[in-house]
Design a protein around this ligand. Structure first.
Ligand code: NDP
Ligand code: OXD
Length: 309
C-alpha cells in the first residue's frame, strides 16, 4: 500500500514523520516511476493538472493544507475519490493569534507609525481609540474563522462575520448572502478575509466592497490572493480611503520582486505565515485518517467537491 507525496517543497520531513506514524505505508514522492496501480493514497498541495487521474486504485487524497483549492484544480481526479483537508491541532490557535495581531496593528496604526519612523518623525497621535470602538468583520466563519472571531471577541473587539449558512456563533453577529456582505463591509473598521477560495468567493473583496468600508478602515487577507482585487486595494490605500493592510496571501506566491505590495508603505506583507501548522501533527492526523479508511470509517475533513470547500 503506497502513499504518494505531491508537494512543491522538500518531502523529507513528511517521509520521516510517516515512518514514525505509519511504518507499514510505502512512501513515494512525485514524480516517480513506480507502478501507478500501487498508489492508494495521495498527499497533495498543488498537484500539476492531470496528476491525480493517473492512479486507478486511489482511495483518498489528503490536502497537505487547510485550503483545498490547489487540489480541486486537478479535475482529473475521478469524482468518487474523496478529498480530505488537513487541519493541524495548532492551526485554529495560530490563525486566531495572527488575525488578532493583524487587527491590533491596524487598529493602532502600525503601518503609519512605521512610515513616520522611517521619516524620523517622533510625535504623539491624538484621538486614539480602544478596541471596543473598532468593529471587525470576518469573512468566513469556519474552523479558522470561528477561532479568529472568538479570539477577537475575547480581546474586546465587536465582531460580525459572514458565512454561507449564517450559522450562529456566540457573541458574534453572523450574516449571510449578498446583502449580508454589504452590511458587514459598511460596519467594519477592519475587514478580515478568511474564506476558502471557491467559484463563489473568488474576487469577493472587489473595488465596490472596499469602497463600502468606512473611511480609515484596514484590511487583512489571510484567505487566498484570488479573493482580492489587488489594484483596487492599492488605489484605496493611496487615495487615503483605507489606512493599512496586512497581506498574508497573494495571487502569485511568491509575488514577483516588482509586485507593488512590496514597496507600498501601508501594506504589511507576511509571506503566507498566518498559520503554518506543525507538519508532524498533520502527518499524524493523515496517518490516523488512513487507518480509519482502512477500517471502513470516515475521517473528518471531507471536502464537498461541488461547493469547493
Ligand atoms: P472552513 O472550510 O472551515 O470554513 C469556510 C467558511 O467560509 C465557512 O464559514 C463557510 O460558510 C464560509 N463560506 C464558504 N463559501 C462561502 C460563500 N460563498 N459565502 C459566504 N461564506 C462562505 O475553512 P477554514 O476556516 O478552516 O479556512 C478558511 C481558509 O483559510 C482556507 O480555505 C484557506 O484558504 C485559508 N488558510 C490560510 C492560511 C494562511 O496561513 N494564510 C492557513 C490555513 C488556511 P459555512 O459556515 O456556512 O459553511
Ligand atoms: C493553507 C494552509 O491552506 O497553510 O493556506 O494550510
Amino acid at each position: 500500500m503506497s502513499l504518494l507525496i505531491i508537494v512543491d517543497h522538500p518531502a523529507d520531513p513528511w517521509i520521516s514523520y510517516f515512518a514514525e506514524f505509519a511504518p507499514d505505508l510505502r512512501i513515494r514522492v512525485w514524480p516517480d516511476d513506480g507502478d501507478p496501480e500501487e498508489v492508494r493514497f495521495a498527499l497533495a498541495w498543488e498537484p500539476p493538472y492531470g496528476t491525480l487521474g493517473q492512479f486507478p486504485n486511489l482511495q483518498a487524497v489528503f490536502s497537505s493544507a487547510a485550503g483545498v483549492n490547489g487540489v480541486l484544480r486537478d479535475t482529473s481526479l475521478p469524482p468518487h475519490v474523496p478529498i480530505f483537508r488537513t487541519i493541524g491541532h495548532d492551526a485554529p490557535s495560530l490563525m486566531a493569534e495572527f488575525v488578532t495581531m493583524a487587527c491590533l496593528m491596524l487598529h493602532r496604526g502600525v503601518p503609519g507609525l512605521l512610515r513616520q519612523a522611517r521619516q524620523r518623525i517622533w510625535e504623539s497621535n491624538f484621538g486614539q481609540k480602544t478596541v471596543g470602538d473598532v468593529s471587525v468583520g470576518v469573512l468566513g466563519l469556519g474552523t479558522l474563522g470561528s477561532a479568529a472571531a472568538l479570539r477577537l471577541r475575547s480581546f474586546g473587539f465587536p465582531v460580525a462575520a459572514w458565512s454561507r449558512s449564517g450559522r450562529p456563533l456566540d457573541g458574534v453577529t453572523v450574516l449571510a448572502g449578498k446583502d449580508g456582505l454589504v452590511e458587514i463591509a459598511r460596519g467594519s473598521n477592519i475587514l478580515v478575509c478568511l474564506l476558502p477560495l471557491t467559484e463563489e468567493t473568488v474576487g469577493a473583496v472587489d473595488r465596490r466592497l472596499l469602497s463600502l468600508l468606512p473611511p480609515g478602515a484596514g484590511f487583512v487577507n489571510v484567505g487566498r490572493g484570488e479573493h482580492l482585487d489587488e489594484k483596487a486595494l492599492l488605489d484605496a490605500l493611496r487615495s487615503g480611503h483605507l489606512s493599512g493592510a496586512v497581506i498574508d496571501v497573494c495571487r502569485d506566491e511568491p509575488p514577483s520582486p516588482d509586485h507593488p505590495f512590496w514597496m507600498e508603505p501601508l501594506v504589511m506583507m507576511t509571506g503566507h505565515n498566518a498559520a503554518v501548522s506543525d507538519r508532524r501533527s498533520r502527518a499524524m492526523r493523515i496517518a490516523e485518517n488512513i487507518g480509519l479508511i482502512e477500517r471502513g470509517r470516515m475521517p473528518e475533513g471531507l471536502v464537498e467537491r461541488a461547493r469547493g470547500y
